[in-house]
Structure formats: C-alpha cells, structure tokens
Design a protein. Structure first.
Length: 455
C-alpha cells in the first residue's frame, strides 16, 4: 500500500503544521477567488479611465502608439471619419454637446473627447462579457492583475500560521514526547517514570492510561523480583538443611539414626509441598486445571476440613466451630473448595493464640453463597491487607516458616475462588482477629456460570 503524504513526515509537529498550512492555503485560495468575483467590475472602471486617456491624447495629437485591440475613430467638424488601429466593425457612438463621454455599451468600452476644431475623437475597446464566461474571465483577469498582492498576503499568512502551528503543536505533543522518553527508560527496566499531562483531550487520556500501565508494570516487576527471591529462599532453606545433614553423615559427625533421617525427610517433604503448590498455582492461573463441578453440601465439607486440621495439628487450646445450615449447598469442585477452606482454616489456626476461637459460617446471598472464616487471632495490619493474596507474601515471615508454610496458600485460594466466578476478600481488626470471606454460585443459580468455567 502506498504511503500517504503525511506519513512521510517524521514528527507530529511537522504533520500538524503541514495540515494547518494546507488548510490556510485552501482557505486563502477560496477567499481570493470570492474576492476577485465580487471585485471583477473594478478593472472595468480602470479600462474606462484608460480609454478616456487615449482619447484625450488623440484629441491633442500626442498619441504615438495605439494599443492592440483598440479602435480610434476621428470625426472632423465637416463629418469626415478616420479609423486608426484595429477595425472592430463596431457602431461608433456620436455626441455633439462638446462634453467628454465615456462608459460601457454592450461589449464595448468607449471614450469620446471633443477636439479644438469642433470634431470628436472616440476610442473603442472590447469589454468583457457580462455572461457566465464573462464573469469567469473578469474574475481571473482581476486575479492576474493583482497576483503579486495576493501572493505576498498568502506567503505572510502561511508563515504566521506555520509559526503558530509549531508553537501550539509543541504544547499539544509534549506528553507524546514524554511518553516516548519514558518508553525508552522502560526498555532498560526503569518503570518508575510517569508522564505529566494537564489536558483532558485524547492525548491527556492516553497519558493517564500510560501512567496506569507503567504503574501496573512496576508492580509486576516488583512481584517478579519478589517471586524469584522468595522461591530461591524457600528452596535454599530445606536444601541447605539436607546438605548439612548429609555432610555430617559423610564426615561421621552424625549417625543415620531415625531422628536424623526424619529431619531430612521433613525437609524433603517441605520441598515437595512447595514444588507441588507452585505447579498447582501455575496451572490454576493459566486455566489448565479441569473442574469437576457438582452439588457440594457445605456442612459436611467444613466438618471434614476441621477434622483433618485437628488431627494434623495440636489445636486443643483453640476452639474451632462452624455454623453451616444443613440444606446449604453450592455448585463447585468439591476438592478445590476443600483446598480453599483448608488453607483458610489452617492459616487461622497458625495465627490464633491459645484460648482463641475460629468460626466457619455460610449463608445464602441471592444467587451466591457467602462462606466466612473468622478468627480471634493477632489480626493483620491495614498496610498488609491489599497484599495478603500475593504469592509468598507473609505478614509474619519468621512465624510462617517455622510452621512450615510456603506463602502461596492464599494465592491458590484466590485463584480457585475466581475460577468459580467468585471473589475472596480479607478484613481485619489488628489485635482482635481477621475474617476471610469468599462466595460461590448457589445451587439454583450456578448452572450458567459453570457452563462457562468447566474446562
């Protein structure tokens, strides 16, 4: 496809200036034609004055040369007629009052001047037609007679418009130049740059969208660095422990007793959990995990989760209760929702001190089912709440590692809930506890949603 003329220009300022200059040129051209059309009769007055001057010089005998397409008729006092110049075969107007006459009759411009001996000298010249062709001819004749004035005025107007266009375009395109400079800085990994735009037009909206994009990219880059650092740390800790035990065994410092082997096995199991959860989270976020959607009674599911956590942890000092209506059910993948509840209740147990209470509740909410896990633990500070569902983010890193947590349980929970078309949120009152709430499709209203999400 052929390149358009404006696409060859290197900058927006050049394009905008060219467009403005072209618009001014077209406007001036149309204006000049209209002006010439309305002033097309002004040369006729000039022609009458020129004819009168020729007649006066002829009457005085000082006319040395007769212009082309001009007929000079001399009528003596005794009636003799002499024709000089072009013979236009025109009827010559006659006057006997001894007063000069001039004007236009038909297509002829004439001027008649009396002589000293009682005769007359009459100059006749063709006049432009008054029809359509005559008007057009008169219009272009006026333009031709005043072309340099029009050219000078157009040149001055074009230069002024070009200067104004460049001045205006500089302010209009400044955000675009800033965005280009910011993009070059982003190429080398600097996502902190922002573009300042005060206008509310399309350029200002583009600058605002650019700033939102850079902010999101900055967050993604920070998350990527945190992910690499956290994964490296999580992998390094058990690997270092296993390596230390193996070196001790090789050097004879330790013996391969059941306690040492159990420690090494626990570190290996921790590595396995971390890798499994990372793979699980990756598949969930990419949509590769199939869901077996079915009617899931919530009361038995919650009871099973509480029983499993009670068997695997020492929770004698923490009371775990649930209040789930027996008839309440949701359309969901039972194993995945079990995973969500297990992660939430397990986190609540970790951060609830002895004597605390954990309560799991569920209630219908229109076409959804709201499930909540509320604890009376230490709570979460407000600055941590927006990030609790990020991978490897820990409010209390030391305590989570001691308890064997990997830091991605809540991220997995969020991915599962969102895959069911729901949303999970966290609220907390520091020092008094936290509440995690998510919603699932109710049995009656979940069929259409599941048709979209089952893969």
């Amino acid at each position: 496809m052929a390149m358009r003329p404006l696409e060859k220009l290197p900058t927006i300022r050049a394009k905008l200036g060219s467009v403005i200059v072209l618009a001014v040129a077209v406007t001036l051209l149309v204006s000049y034609v209209l002006i010439a059309f309305y002033l097309r009769n002004s040369p006729r007055d000039t022609e009458e004055i020129a004819a009168l001057g020729l007649a006066s010089r002829a009457a005085l005998g000082s006319l040395d040369r007769i212009p082309g397409n001009t007929m000079v008729v001399t009528r003596s006092a005794d009636g003799n007629v002499t024709i000089q110049g072009a013979d236009l075969h025109l009827q010559v107007p006659t006057f006997d009052d001894g007063v000069p006459h001039w004007g236009v009759t038909g297509r002829i411009t004439y001027a008649a001047v009396p002589t000293a001996d009682g005769g007359w000298v009459t100059v006749l010249r063709p006049s432009p037609s008054r029809g359509s062709l005559g008007r057009i001819s008169a219009t272009f004749g006026f333009l031709q007679s005043s072309w340099w004035q029009f050219l000078l005025a157009g040149t001055v107007a074009g230069l002024i418009s070009l200067l104004l266009a460049r001045w205006l375009a500089r302010g209009m395109t400044q955000p675009l130049r800033d965005m280009a400079a910011a993009a070059r800085r982003m190429e080398v990994g600097d996502y902190s740059v922002r573009v300042h735009a005060r206008s509310r037009d399309e350029v200002g909206q583009l600058a605002a969208a650019f700033n939102r994009m850079t902010a999101e990219l900055e967050d993604l880059e920070r998350s990527r660095r945190d992910l690499v650092a956290n994964v490296s740390h999580e992998l390094k800790t058990p690997i270092t422990a296993i390596r230390a035990h193996l070196e001790n065994l090789a050097d004879g410092v330790e013996v391969a007793d059941p306690r040492t082997l159990q420690l090494m096995l626990s570190q290996t199991e921790r590595l396995g959990r971390l890798v499994d959860q990372l793979l699980d989270l990756s598949r969930l976020e990419s949509g590769e995990v199939p869901f077996r959607v079915e009617v899931v009674p919530l009361a038995p599911l919650v009871s099973r989760v509480i029983s499993e956590i009670s068997m695997g942890r020492s929770v004698a000092d923490v009371r775990i209760e649930h209040d789930i209506p027996t008839h309440l059910a949701a359309e969901a993948d039972a194993e995945r929702i079990h995973q969500v509840l297990f992660n939430l209740v397990d986190n609540a147990v970790r951060f609830t001190p002895p004597g605390g209470e954990i309560r799991v509740t569920a209630r219908p909410d229109g076409t959804r089912v709201q499930v909540s896990v509320v604890d009376t633990g230490v709570g979460i500070q407000p600055e941590h709440l927006p990030r609790v569902f990020e991978r490897f983010y820990r409010v209390d890193p030391a305590r989570s590692r001691d308890d064997g947590g990997t830091g991605i349980g809540l991220a997995i929970a969020r991915s599962i809930v969102e895959a069911h078309g729901g949303r999970i949120v966290a609220k907390s009152d520091p020092g008094h506890g936290s509440a995690f709430t998510f919603d699932l499709p109710a049995v009656e209203a979940a069929v259409a949603a599941n048709d979209r999400r089952v893969r």
